[in-house]
Design a protein around this ligand. Structure first.
Ligand SMILES: C[S@@+](CC[C@H](N)C(=O)[O-])C[C@H]1O[C@@H](n2cnc3c(N)ncnc32)[C@H](O)[C@@H]1O
Length: 295
């Protein structure tokens, strides 16, 4: 098989639900000859970072923090980024997450970031995310970043991860957008040759809980499925990651999508506990799938 992946690249931040662990498997189902890669729910950007064979990458995420950080990482030299973050860590005394003042210092940096109403500083946000609880990116209703301090350190491992991630994108022609998925795809459809394009959808999963699920509901799922069917009608290639069944609940929208001609499903994992009784098995069943509309 043609090598199209680089298994050494890790996401610059551990965005919840990122596809790092299964990126090679996922990419093995991507078409080999393609010009445009459209990463509709890009998150950490790891899928776009690992995919090698497209000529142009279009990324999108509705989260303004994800957008700010990815833009910063890709428009700044890796060395400069390391210097920037080192300086912030030093200024706010955030070298050691076990130190007694760490939480207080982290809060001080967070307040300083939130204080600016315009021209938000991506360097401060990236530092907050790296050192924040589970490296999540969440904002309150007044747009303030509101994740508490975590346990990670800005260490050499994190520095090297950042450098490798940034460099993976350096030479790639790319655009990053901060739109609702439907508007974004509509715009893309206007400007690309659909025959040479692959649309990858990795939305929040209706059947699981993530911080970014707050705004994701049955209506969003319906809009998504309609959009996918629309691309299919135009003969565009679509690949989707999702969970079709969890704890006995079924995502019927996905089941119905699979009834549409051309769509096929690959089971990614089927977590069942062979030693437990049926009820427990059912509770733990989490069927992760890849759905696509091409062979
Ligand atoms: C499962 S995560 C994507 C993970 C990504 N593939 C990765 O490997 O890091 C889903 C993403 O969808 C974004 N999102 C949620 N609602 C959205 C919307 N209406 N339009 C576009 N993006 C949205 C979230 O911010 C989140 O980053």
């Amino acid at each position: 098989m043609k090598r199209i992946t680089n298994s050494f690249i890790r996401p610059a931040f551990n965005h919840l639900g990122n596809k790092y662990r299964m990126v090679n498997k996922l990419l093995s189902y991507f078409p080999k000859e393609i010009d445009n890669f459209v990463d509709v729910f890009a998150g950490s950007g790891i899928v776009s970072a690992a995919f090698k064979s497209a000529k142009k990458y279009y990324l999108n995420d509705y989260n303004p923090g994800v957008y700010l950080i990815l833009n910063y990482l890709w428009n700044t030299d890796a060395k400069q980024i390391i210097n920037d973050i080192d300086k912030i860590i030093k200024k706010y005394k955030l070298e050691d997450s076990k130190s007694k003042d760490f939480k207080k210092n982290y809060k001080e940096l967070r307040e300083s970031y939130n204080k600016a109403k315009t021209n938000k500083d991506p360097r401060k946000l990236y530092t907050l995310v790296i050192l924040g609880f589970n490296q999540q990116i969440r904002f309150n209703s007044t747009k303030g970043f509101n994740i508490p301090a975590g346990k990670q350190q800005w260490n050499d491992y994190q520095r090297n991860k950042t450098i490798a991630f940034v460099n993976a994108f350096k030479a790639k022609p790319k655009e990053i957008h901060n739109q609702d998925f439907e508007d974004f795809v509509d715009d893309i459809l206007e400007k690309v040759d659909i025959d040479k394009t692959i649309f990858y959808f990795d939305p929040p999963y209706l059947l699981s809980n993530a911080t970014y699920n707050d705004l994701w509901n049955k209506n969003s799922e319906k809009r998504l499925i309609e959009l996918i069917k629309n691309i299919n009608r135009k003969k565009g290639k679509v690949i989707l990651s999702n969970v079709i069944e969890s704890k006995g609940n079924i995502n019927n929208e996905l089941v119905n999508l699979l009834k549409v001609k051309n769509f096929n499903k690959i089971e990614v994992n089927n977590v069942s506990y062979s030693n437990s009784n049926y009820q427990r098995k059912k509770e733990h069943l989490d069927r992760e799938v890849i759905i696509k509309n091409y062979e």
